[in-house]
Design a protein around this ligand. Structure first.
Ligand code: ZN
Length: 311
């Protein structure tokens, strides 16, 4: 059973479900339900939520209402409202909408970059640079922070192995292009804890504290082990998706994104503060169940609680 442990610092759990989750969901969640969900997540104590993305609406119809969702999220006091934008065009819309933070994906795998955003790795870095220029030109108070999301950092299903040297070099290029921070993404769920430790150390040696977070996938059941490994190396920000929604799972029945509730549960057990109320977080799953009928909801923490209540 859970024992009282000495506090061991704090981590930031960044929810990406409304973007990464819904982008890969089968149905389209109504705007009203998204807004209710984001409110529930913030009330559970989440301090940063990626609420959508500014991409071509015909490409990702699930997120066509992002500007409206951002407007709602901005009314929630204290919440950092993050969005994804792959290029300057998207970033212009993000800044006009008032987003606090823009994540620009840059893939370490040539094949994935072309498939995902239709750009070469070098073109993606130039897109990041142009987003940073827009940030710098924005009036003070409306200037978002820019994160470079380094995807397929731990391997790529299209390309296979992604050399660590490529990841380290790309991280340095992203900082040089103006990124405020860089996050490492295990887009394909191929990472293992030893690799996470090694790569975090190497990237940190190259760009220092600008390496801020990790985005992990649970495709092969290693998201929590990898999160723990990253935390031991001093990483302080962890992306999660409520109920593990989305994240392009490649194996039938496997979850995609790291499950937010499970990350929170693990860190609380470790004595690490998150500022999140786990019961309220788990309760927010009901909104997903209702608004996305038929979608599989993953998560060991929720299952464990339900089992205890039934016993
Ligand atoms: Zn993901």
């Amino acid at each position: 059973m859970t024992e009282t442990v000495e506090p061991k610092g704090r981590v930031l759990i960044s929810e990406v479900g409304p973007r990464d989750g819904l982008q890969n969901a089968h149905g389209i969640m109504p705007t009203e339900a998204k807004q209710r969900w984001i409110t529930a997540l913030a009330e559970a104590g989440l301090q940063e939520i990626e609420v959508g993305s500014f991409v071509r609406p015909d490409r990702v119809p699930q997120l066509a209402d992002t500007a409206e969702v951002v407007a709602h999220a901005l009314t929630i006091p204290g919440l950092t409202v993050a969005v994804l934008a792959p290029n300057a065009k998207g970033a212009e819309r993000a800044i006009a909408a008032g987003a606090h933070k823009i994540t620009v994906p840059v893939s370490a795998s040539r094949a994935h970059a072309l498939a995902n955003v239709g750009m070469t790795v070098e073109q993606s870095v130039e897109a990041l640079r142009s987003v940073c220029a827009l940030r710098d030109a924005a009036p003070e108070g409306k200037r978002p922070s820019v994160e470079g999301g380094l995807s397929t950092a731990f391997g790529c299903t299209l390309q296979g192995e992604v050399p660590e040297d490529d990841v380290v070099r790309l991280a340095a290029m992203m900082v040089e292009a103006g990124a405020d921070e860089v996050g490492l993404s295990d887009t394909t769920g191929m990472a293992n804890p030893a690799q996470v430790k090694r790569l975090v150390r190497r990237v940190r040696a190259a760009i220092g504290h600008r390496l801020s977070g990790v985005h992990l996938h649970d495709t092969r059941g290693l998201a929590l082990a990898n999160a723990f490994a990253a935390w031991e190396e001093g990483i302080g920000t962890f992306d999660g998706s409520l109920a593990g929604l989305g994240g392009c799972p490649f194996a039938p029945g496997a979850s995609g994104n790291a499950v937010t509730e499970d990350l929170v549960s693990m860190f609380h057990d470790l004595g690490v503060e998150t500022g999140i109320d786990l019961d309220r977080l788990i309760a927010a799953r009901a909104i997903l169940a209702e608004a996305l009928p038929g979608e599989v909801l993953h998560g060991a923490a929720a299952r464990w609680r339900a089992g205890r209540q039934a016993a």
